[in-house]
Design a protein around this ligand. Structure first.
Ligand SMILES: [Zn+2]
Ligand SMILES: [Zn+2]
Length: 291
């Protein structure tokens, strides 16, 4: 199985349009911080390509990835899409993929209803039969992604409902994925409130993609970018999650879904040196992994 990182940034990307933080300014000047698009991975199995999340940058990501260019007049090599939660940075791209192209979307019932119910724009994805096919995923239930020739085991990853859908959190708001192919396992767990809750789902993975949104709890506050702490936004700060996983049996360990404020994005930063010393890699757009 092959994994390509299409987008390695959290919501907003790097640089973020309305952000003048140090990292965003460095990225604009082409110095020490690589620009990044929003969270998305492509997992290639036996028979096709599974897109993990449809980010607002999906069109740019497709054009930057020759494996996703059409092979015929009207065609897409994207065999199926899986949504890990209903946040806009993970679902808005679906609406850019509306060109009379049948789509298969794996999502929990909760994420699917949040996206399609009471949303008049969803009609643009239901203009003809089978334009969009929903395949329900349930935490803890193995699911064969026949379109791509992969097996996927979703697991509950404590997060939060999308900001536009307030209400009590639900275990299907945010899922992690264990994706298996020929005995190899790639695990994805982003937008995660507490790494301890998913530790057993990560164990034994050949490759782990973990939430790297914030380095520290007070990252936005200390840079005068906001008032929320990482925990308030349902992200376990990585100075804690990386330390908490120090003894876990994991293969390649990769941080992704990285917010533009995060100091690990800066070449030469102390924080970047620390995560690398702890054995973690920092995802970038275009990164490719064979698993
Ligand atoms: Zn996100
Ligand atoms: Zn910024």
């Amino acid at each position: 199985m092959r994994v390509r990182v299409l987008g390695s940034a959290a919501g907003g990307g790097v640089p973020q349009w309305n952000c003048g933080c140090e990292n965003c300014n460095l990225a604009r000047r082409g110095e020490r911080v690589r620009p990044r698009t929003q969270d998305s991975l492509l997992v290639t199995g036996e028979t096709g390509n599974l897109l993990v999340n449809a980010s607002p940058d999906v069109l740019r990501q497709i054009e930057a990835t020759p494996a996703l260019w059409p092979r015929a007049r009207r065609d897409t090599p994207i065999s199926a899409i899986v949504l890990t939660n209903g946040d806009l940075d993970h679902v808005v791209g679906l609406f850019s993929l509306r060109e009379s192209q049948p789509l298969v979307v794996y999502a929990t019932e909760r994420v699917w209803c949040g996206l399609m119910e009471k949303n008049v724009m969803a009609r643009t994805l239901a203009r003809f039969d089978a334009q969009i096919t929903h395949r329900r995923i349930v935490p803890g239930v193995r699911c064969e992604v026949v379109e791509a020739g992969l097996v996927m085991v979703p697991f509950a990853a404590p997060g939060k409902p999308p900001v536009h859908l307030p209400g009590a959190p639900h275990e299907e708001d945010n899922v992690g994925l264990r994706i298996e192919h020929r005995g190899h396992v790639v695990t994805i767990a982003t937008a995660l409130k507490n790494v301890d809750a998913v530790r057993s789902s990560l164990e034994g993975s050949d490759v782990v993609f973990l939430d790297g949104t914030f380095f520290s709890s007070d990252e936005l506050v200390s840079q005068k970018l906001g008032v929320a702490r990482a925990e308030d936004m349902a992200h376990h700060p990585l100075n804690e999650s990386v330390a908490a996983l120090a003894d876990s049996k994991l293969g390649r360990k990769i941080l992704t879904h990285i917010n533009n404020s995060n100091p690990i994005l800066r070449e030469g930063s102390e924080e970047r040196a620390w995560v690398e010393k702890m054995g973690w890699e920092i995802a970038f757009d275009g990164m490719e992994i064979d698993a």
